[in-house]
Design a protein around this ligand. Structure first.
Ligand SMILES: [Zn+2]
Length: 251
């Protein structure tokens, strides 16, 4: 193959076409805390985000320390990799959340927002984190969503569920947690509110596979005596590699 052609054709790389998930790197090592002195001497990687192609320049060693996807992409064969990364199918607001977390900011549970609004804000960041293989960030988003729901008046709505479903996140722990919490909430309101008045229910009806899942989960969850989702033991809705847990993974 002609080398010049290869360089041109692969001048940018997208997270969605990666085979990085097949590469084995210890999450414990990858998620260890980082001091600025450990990454500020590395080169800056150009990242293009969103349809507006917003440009970010981020230290390579920070990216590879916090993301298994970046680690797999860049650690071994950096000289052969392109120096521009394309995340144009993600929103820059989602990348801002990912970047702030890489720099050490926690995910805010935002008590002033109802959980539906919080999930709609954090969902795109969760999707990006899952593509970049950032389990600890995914788990931090779950923890913030659970914290948001504690000590709150239940607010029945399927709006966030429909959004997460449409983002193809239905197999994730965030979706599993959110669906259980929303169904429990809706059932608690069943004597006070007509089902057809619940926000988002028409959108659920319009998605037969989602409607089936809502029905199945309602049936299964009812049998479990309706435990409060946010009281579940830590790790219940976390993503971890085999053999890892919050006890073994440092941030
Ligand atoms: Zn955990």
């Amino acid at each position: 193959m002609d080398d010049t052609m290869t360089d041109v054709e692969h001048s940018a790389v997208s997270a969605s076409d990666s085979d990085a998930s097949a590469i084995s790197i210890s999450p414990t090592k990858i998620t260890a805390p980082l001091k600025p002195s450990e990454y500020v001497h590395s080169e800056l990687i150009s990242i293009s985000v969103g349809s507006e192609k917003k440009k970010y320049h981020v230290y390579r060693d920070l990216l590879t320390a916090k993301s298994l996807w970046f680690a797999a992409r860049m650690k071994e064969n950096w000289k052969r990799e392109p120096n521009e990364v394309n995340l144009e199918h993600h929103e820059s607001t989602a990348f801002d959340i990912v970047l702030n977390w890489m720099f050490g900011c926690d995910i805010d549970s935002e008590p002033s927002l109802l959980v539906n609004a919080l999930l709609q804000k954090l969902g795109p960041a969760y999707k990006l984190a899952s593509e970049l293989l950032m389990y600890p960030l995914q788990n931090a988003i779950v923890d913030a969503s659970l914290a948001n729901q504690r000590n709150r008046i239940a607010n029945p709505s399927f709006a966030a569920i429909v959004m997460l479903w449409d983002m193809d996140l239905s197999t994730t722990e965030l979706f599993r947690m959110a669906l259980r919490a929303r169904i429990r909430c809706v059932m608690l309101w069943s004597s006070k509110m007509s089902l057809n008045k619940i926000p988002g229910i028409a959108e659920v009806y319009a998605r037969p596979d989602l409607l089936k899942l809502v029905f199945q989960t309602t049936y299964e969850y009812n049998a479990a005596a309706w435990p409060r989702v946010f009281d579940a033991p830590r790790c219940t809705y976390h993503e971890h590699s085999d053999g890892e847990s919050c006890d073994t993974e440092a941030r």
